[in-house]
Unconditional design. Structure first.
Length: 169
């Protein structure tokens, strides 16, 4: 009888050990997979994104949307920086020749004017901070995208480029 119990214990112990080794073997992989999912979620823009198809390929810009009078009036005033790949999209109800100024805007901006056909109708580069001079491209637009000064040139953004505004009205 004693021999049978010893053999049963040895059999049970040997069966459990491979399972423990298997679990330990998968734990680092599961941890790495979970970490990758968290990083992907953190790096994926959660808000609206504009994608501009340039001659050099697509350029994605994470957006803040200014769709009401109060937000459009404040715009990017008082900000001391704006990172490349980020911008503020001004949404208007009608297509017209929109004019902007740089009052209380502390950083240089590029203003990208977009028509109802979702193509860039003009770019005003490197607007002078704090200037009250009107900024326009002299053509009707429905949306105006403000990005960091010089970013349009660095990214190859030019008039005629199509713009996909994704989930933006």
């Amino acid at each position: 009888m004693v021999r049978t119990i010893a053999k049963a214990t040895a059999f049970t112990t040997n069966m459990v050990n491979p399972l423990k080794q298997w679990d330990l073997h998968l734990q680092p992989r599961a941890s790495v997979a979970a970490l990758l999912l968290v990083l992907i979620a953190a790096c994926t823009p959660s808000g609206p994104v504009a994608t501009i198809t340039t001659a050099h390929g697509p350029v994605s810009i994470t957006l803040e949307v200014a769709a009401d009078d109060a937000t459009r009036t404040r715009g990017l005033m008082y900000r001391d920086r704006l990172a490349d790949g980020h911008g503020m999209l001004f949404v208007f109800d009608e297509e017209t020749d929109h004019s902007f100024w740089m009052k209380n805007t502390l950083v240089s901006l590029d203003l990208i004017f977009i028509g109802t056909d979702h193509r860039i109708v003009g770019v005003h580069p490197n607007a002078t901070p704090l200037s009250l001079a009107p900024i326009s491209v002299g053509r009707p637009s429905r949306w105006v995208l403000e990005v960091a000064g010089g970013y349009a040139a660095r990214a190859g953004i030019a008039p005629g480029d199509p713009v996909d505004l994704g989930r933006v009205p």
